[in-house]
Design a protein around this ligand. Structure first.
Ligand code: ATP
Ligand code: MG
Length: 387
């Protein structure tokens, strides 16, 4: 068995939400670890996970995808005696030295005041023992290569090598949102960021066969699956938008194509969102990244819906977005070459500063809302190619 210690985001552990936070975080962790046969114990704001050795790699992968923790580490649980604590610190010290650390520091927290040494005392005794056991190792108070943590609670826990957690809020603490998911780099990152604020997500993809092929759809399915690893599964709705695109192409000035298409996407997404009890829409728009994302055009796009529209990338540049896409594993899928419908339909000279009144006038003239309805007339499921 391997023991892990996880630290929930303490900022949120205060006030009335504390219990909900801990309950949801523990449920999420249990769901994500369900294949591993690991056991989870929650005590005094700490999560302890006992995991069979064979599943350790999978568990560590899960901890790296769990929103709501600031850090995690493999830990040693020992008796609450000075001897056992010091011996475990020496083991941790040796392991850190072997991993390449040349300086270390001990950090002790004594929650159980009955333990004979106070925090300072633990640091001194354990530090001396490590220095004696590992020749060449040096103590360093700030900027040490390795930090050995000692926590005296219902047991004594010793751990080094703490890994950073994703932080954020546990998925499910902030309701559900509808992510407009294209096959690009941006929208998956937008979904990930909202998941990190506690949102569960559904996703909708507007497919335009035969202009967009099965490969493009498959790519979006994979993206939804990857975001789902952080957001406890994402249900993907696929809407066939070919007819809408054709109507726009035939019935409006070419310069307006993309803006009108976005408006139709927003309106349709909102309809599915309401049926799925989503409280907002989420897009991957980033201010002025492309012609359809000037502030004027974003105003046009948003003018057809009343649910709040969250655009978590609005102030980020492409490099920062790409870095996150790489970190979360969507980038290699996003850059696969299959075009999405919008690329095929984008005009040569798109309007840059659309006027929302003009946009609405053109949009209404297309009588798209009824076209949108005619897809299935009824439930979101009828619209789905169902995933
Ligand atoms: P992305 O990288 O997410 O595709 P982008 O910078 O390419 O974004 P656009 O293609 O202009 O930007 O799309 C803006 C946003 O509109 C996307 O981030 C996404 O939320 C939504 N969107 C665009 N095309 C689709 C589609 N086919 N299905 C669902 N949502 C879409
Ligand atoms: Mg795109």
């Amino acid at each position: 068995m391997v023991l892990y210690l996880l630290k929930p985001g303490e900022l949120y552990l205060k006030g009335g939400n504390r219990d909900d936070f801990v309950r949801i975080l523990s449920r999420n962790l249990a769901l994500m670890l369900r294949e591993t046969k690991a056991r989870i114990n929650v005590r005094h704001g700490r999560f302890y996970v006992d995991c069979p050795d064979a599943a350790a790699a999978e568990a560590e992968d899960v901890f790296g995808r769990l929103f709501g923790i600031t850090g995690w580490a493999r830990a040693r649980k020992v008796d609450k005696t000075t001897g056992a604590v010091v011996a475990a610190c020496v083991e941790e010290g040796k392991a850190a030295w072997e991993a390449g650390a040349r300086t270390f520091r001990i950090e002790a927290r004594r929650a159980d005041k009955r333990f004979p040494l106070n925090s300072q005392g633990i640091c001194v005794e354990a530090g001396d023992a490590v220095l004696g056991a590992v020749p060449g190792f040096k103590a360093k108070m700030t900027g040490a290569d390795a930090v050995i943590h000692v926590e005296i609670r219902e047991n004594a826990y010793i751990y080094g090598g703490e890994h950073a957690g994703l932080r954020g809020l546990p998925a499910g603490t902030a309701g559900r949102g509808m992510l407009l998911l294209s096959g690009g780099i941006d929208s998956p990152v937008a979904g990930f960021l909202m998941a990190g604020r506690g949102m569960r997500l559904d996703a909708v993809y507007f497919h335009a066969p035969p202009y967009t092929g099965d490969d493009a759809l498959h790519k979006v399915e994979r993206l939804a699956e990857i975001i789902g690893r952080y957001a406890l599964a994402v249900r993907l709705h696929v809407v066939s938008f070919t007819e809408v695109e054709q109507r726009i192409k035939n019935g409006a000035p070419a310069a307006w194509n993309t803006v009108l298409l976005r408006m139709a996407m927003m309106e349709t997404a909102e309809k599915i969102a309401r049926r799925r009890r989503c409280k907002c829409l989420v897009t991957g728009e980033s201010l002025s990244q492309v012609a359809s994302q000037t502030v004027e055009n974003i105003a046009c796009t948003g003018s057809v819906v009343t649910l709040p529209v969250f655009r978590p990338l609005i102030g980020m540049d492409k490099e920062a977005i790409t870095r996150i896409a790489c970190q979360i594993g969507t980038y290699p899928v996003s850059i696969l070459p299959y075009e999405d419908c919008c690329v095929l339909f984008s005009p040569e000279h798109p309007i840059l500063y659309g006027d929302p009144d003009e946009a609405l006038r053109l949009y209404r003239r297309l009588e798209l809302p009824s076209a949108v309805k005619s897809f299935g007339g009824g439930t979101a499921d009828e619209w789905n190619m169902d995933h």
